[in-house]
Design a protein around this ligand. Structure first.
Ligand code: AMP
Length: 208
């Protein structure tokens, strides 16, 4: 079964690799951040509730986030596997997920803080399709315009300097302990996430 959990700090490249792995392994890429952002954009009750939390870089509650994931994993397209990107982010979430995904393989993205800060502060995202770009390393053909759908590119509120530093603290305090949690269960594989996504995909395919 190809059930993967992508673990690592914000800006480690989990989402970028997940897009490629999803394509190569024909499994869905499930990003809790993307689900929240889609709800914020559509101004659903959930979106209205979580917007301020997400903009500040703090975490949405464990119960609410787990319910979303549980519902998503119960859908048909997850039968042959999935990639969880950005979930779990706390020990409590990981414990709840064990009941649903005890067989999942955990991929830990290892990366230095200064690379994370540079990547996040230069990240741009398409307002329409959510594709990621970077003003230094992954420029669109036309500035400010998505190559894939022509949508407008913008900087996420939580990619502004103050939120970036807060998200890194949140990661260190609440998410990093998951490395030991999964190590203890013998489920973790480390990846050097400083390398370019296509090269990283090849590494990933060698392992899995
Ligand atoms: P991401 O796109 O993964 O960086 O997520 C963006 C934001 O969504 C995070 O900073 C949190 O506010 C929220 N979020 C995403 N996943 C989770 C999660 N597993 N638990 C709590 N909040 C989350």
């Amino acid at each position: 079964m190809n059930n993967f959990i992508f673990l690592g700090p914000p800006g480690a490249g989990k989402g970028s690799l997940a897009v490629k792995v999803a394509e190569a392994y024909k499994i869905p890429h499930i990003s809790t951040g993307d689900i929240f952002r889609a709800n914020i954009k559509a101004q659903t009750p959930l979106g209205v509730k979580v917007k301020a939390i997400i903009d500040s870089g703090s975490l949405v509650s464990d119960e609410l986030t787990f319910e979303l994931v549980k519902d998503r994993l119960s859908q048909d397209d997850c039968k042959n596997g999935y990639i969880l990107d950005g979930f779990p982010r706390t020990i409590r979430q990981a414990e709840m997920l064990e009941e649903l995904a005890a067989d999942a393989k955990v991929v830990n993205f290892e990366i230095k803080d200064e690379i994370v800060i540079r990547r996040l502060s230069t990240r741009r995202v398409c307002k329409s399709c959510g594709a990621n770009y970077n003003t230094l390393t992954l420029k669109p053909k036309k500035e400010g315009v998505c190559d894939k759908c022509g949508g407008e590119l913008y900087q996420r509120d939580d990619d502004k300097q103050e939120s970036i530093l807060h998200r890194m603290d949140v990661y260190r305090e609440q998410t990093e302990p998951l490395i030991n949690f999964y190590k203890g269960k013998g489920k973790i594989t480390n990846l050097d996430a400083a390398i370019e996504t296509d090269v990283l995909l090849k590494e990933f395919q060698k392992i899995f």
